[in-house]
Design a protein around this ligand. Structure first.
Ligand code: FHN
Length: 610
């Protein structure tokens, strides 16, 4: 019988324990960090060393992304016209001649820049780290680099070392300092933008910069020199690469750069865009303005804008609400990810007020509910219809209720626990818990609801069994899995999500399930349905449609019952580029006499081996 402690104290003790674990992990000095053998290959780091090195970053769960640079001056408009797309892409989207874009460097003077104000905005929002664009695709450097004499902050009216002031403020306020660095560089002379006979840049030529023959080594040396400055001068803890998509940058180039960086600072954290984001997963994956539909089998951080532009865009007023932002943080953490939330300071160096307002609301919510976020991770339970679940360790769950069911009954499937204690984080009120077969239930009083997420700490006397994510079918590391829980159901009929992990009652022709997702790795994909269709009970003609083609299949007897899942191959689709994609599966014509088409756990997109 465990000693009875008050609800809050019990939770506090558990969260403190895990926070201490994370702090211990972060106390691993560079000298303790794992070092490779003579091969110098840091990607061979053993899992235990990797976990120890990544632990504190993972426990921090929430960071600030800052997009600031010359592009903050035009703020998405050029020659008095609003330019479509991201503000930091204005040079490309308006195809601004380099000499005209360079005039921005003579105007750059963010008189309102106050590093401490940025850092405190992050800290008061509950953010534990920040990542700033030290050099975006335009190649302009926010620090007095020695690697170029004419394209950095020292050559502007502002002159001050923005990175130096920001890293010092981070140090002072206990915020982890991180740095973004773009591999593609529209300014460096080794690279060029393809142009037509008239000198115009055809669509995509800024996206796919070209490397002059024989000058790649020169540019890689330039990058390595600048990265050494970011590490040795500013002690950056995170190197957040971008622009990895260019054709002249290879997986091996990325691995070489990864090893170079870790050889300088063994404890540093490097994102997967150091190489090719679709195939390289160290140290963490980086979905962008998209949250994976389920937990991933590698560490990851989703980066999101607060409106629709990374750099400040004066015309973009489409700010996400504080409630959306808080639920996004919870959703991401519940799938084992970190959230890197972006601010785009103005040309004066000020974070826009709507961003400050959203951050302040998140900070207020986290003051009360932080124990359910920091150190949290995926609970490996069916995702409930009422919200999300995070966990600390084996027996501390947090229920984040977005939508209180009409009857107030909160059901947690997949739990077998003789004893459980439920406590509202907001006021410590205890709620009674009933244990059912493989589930727990409690009633949330209407007056206890605190939008946008009411958090209940659920402490179990014993562990629980993981939910059948893919029905025992092992997926491959690079499979793109579109889970049932993320499907949008349409059409008239009883089709619905069951137990948070499969679509059932697929009984009527014409109903469909659709997914929207970020396709990171362009190429050919085998397309499969992960479905159960017992002989004599299920089957029918289904169609999978995407903008890249339609696949038709006749689902026949698959497996012995409604829980016997198989991968059914529909065919192949080609996804030409990294983009947001969508696809839908429609039950076109059910087999005569069948109860339903199938039970569907999800769609699997498997890259065709090259
Ligand atoms: O092209 C950039 C974009 O400007 C922005 O920096 C985002 C944020 O990570 N990354 C690239 C788009 O994937």
């Amino acid at each position: 019988m465990h000693a009875h402690t008050s609800g809050k104290a019990h939770i506090f003790r558990s969260v403190v324990f895990h926070s201490l674990l994370a702090a211990l992990a972060s106390s691993i000095s560079a000298s303790d960090a794992w070092k490779p053998d003579a091969s110098g290959d840091f990607t061979k780091e053993p899992g235990s060393a990797y976990e120890a090195r990544m632990g504190s970053w993972e426990a921090e769960r929430f960071g600030m992304f800052i997009h600031f640079g010359l592009y903050s001056i035009p703020a998405g408009a050029w020659d008095e016209k609003n330019i479509g797309g991201y503000a930091e892409w204005i040079q490309a989207n308006a195809d601004i001649p380099a000499k005209d874009y360079a005039t921005l460097a003579t105007q750059f003077n963010p008189a309102g820049f106050n590093a401490e104000a940025w850092v405190l905005a992050a800290k008061h929002a509950g953010m534990k780290y920040l990542v700033i664009t030290t050099k975006h695709h335009d190649g302009f450097c926010l620090w007095p680099t020695k690697l170029n004499r004419d394209w950095n902050v020292a050559t502007t009216p502002f002159k001050r070392d923005i990175l130096g002031e920001l890293s010092a403020a981070c140090q002072k306020h206990g915020i982890r300092f991180g740095t973004y660095y773009s591999i593609t560089d529209w300014h460096h002379p080794a690279q060029f933008i393809s142009r037509d006979a008239a000198g115009h840049a055809p669509k995509g030529s800024y996206f796919q910069t070209r490397m002059h023959d024989g000058r790649k080594a020169e540019y890689v040396a330039y990058m390595k020199g600048q990265i050494a400055e970011l590490i040795q001068r500013y002690d950056t803890d995170i190197l957040w690469f971008d622009g990895d998509w260019v054709g002249w940058w290879t997986t091996d180039d990325g691995k070489d750069l990864y090893n170079y960086i870790r050889s300088i600072k063994p404890s540093i954290i490097i994102n997967n865009r150091v190489s090719k984001r679709g195939s390289f997963k160290l140290d963490f994956g980086t979905p962008e303005n998209e949250t994976p539909g389920a937990a991933l089998n590698h560490k990851w951080e989703a980066c999101w804008t607060m409106n629709n532009s990374w750099g400040f865009k004066s015309a973009d007023k489409s700010w996400k609400s504080p409630g959306d932002l808080i639920q996004k943080l919870i959703d991401i953490n519940s799938k084992g990810g970190n959230l890197l939330l972006n601010v785009g300071p103005t040309e004066e160096g000020l974070i826009p007020q709507p961003s400050l307002d959203g951050l302040a609301s998140m900070g207020e919510w986290l003051k009360v509910n932080g124990p359910a976020i920091y150190g949290s991770t995926h609970a490996d339970l069916p995702r409930p219809a009422w919200g999300r679940i995070t966990r600390h360790g084996a027996q501390q769950l947090f229920l984040h209720v977005f939508n209180r069911p009409a009857d107030g009954v909160i059901t947690v499937d997949g739990i077998q626990s003789a004893e459980a204690k439920a406590t509202l984080l907001a006021d410590g009120r205890e709620l009674s818990v009933e244990a059912g077969k493989n589930r727990l239930q409690l009633t949330l009083p209407a007056d206890a609801v605190t939008p946008p997420a009411t958090v209940i700490a659920l402490t179990l006397s014993q562990g629980w069994q993981p939910a059948p994510k893919t029905g025992g079918i092992a997926l491959q590391a690079d499979d793109k899995f579109l889970p049932a829980a993320e499907a949008r159901i349409s059409g008239q009929g009883p089709l619905k999500l069951e137990a948070g992990e499969h679509l059932g009652y697929w009984r009527r022709n014409g109903q469909e399930a659709g997914w929207s997702f970020e396709l990171v790795l362009p190429g050919d994909y085998e397309v499969y349905l992960l479905c159960a269709a017992p002989a004599g009970k299920a089957g029918g003609k289904v169609e999978l449609t995407s903008r890249h083609g339609k696949l038709v299949a006749q689902i026949a007897a698959q497996g012995k019952d409604w829980n016997d899942y198989q991968l059914v191959r529909l065919g192949t689709l080609k996804f030409p580029k990294m983009a947001r994609e969508s696809l839908a599966v429609e039950g076109v014509e059910k087999t005569s006499g069948a109860e339903g088409f199938m039970n569907l756990k999800g769609v699997v997109l498997r890259p065709v081996a090259k």
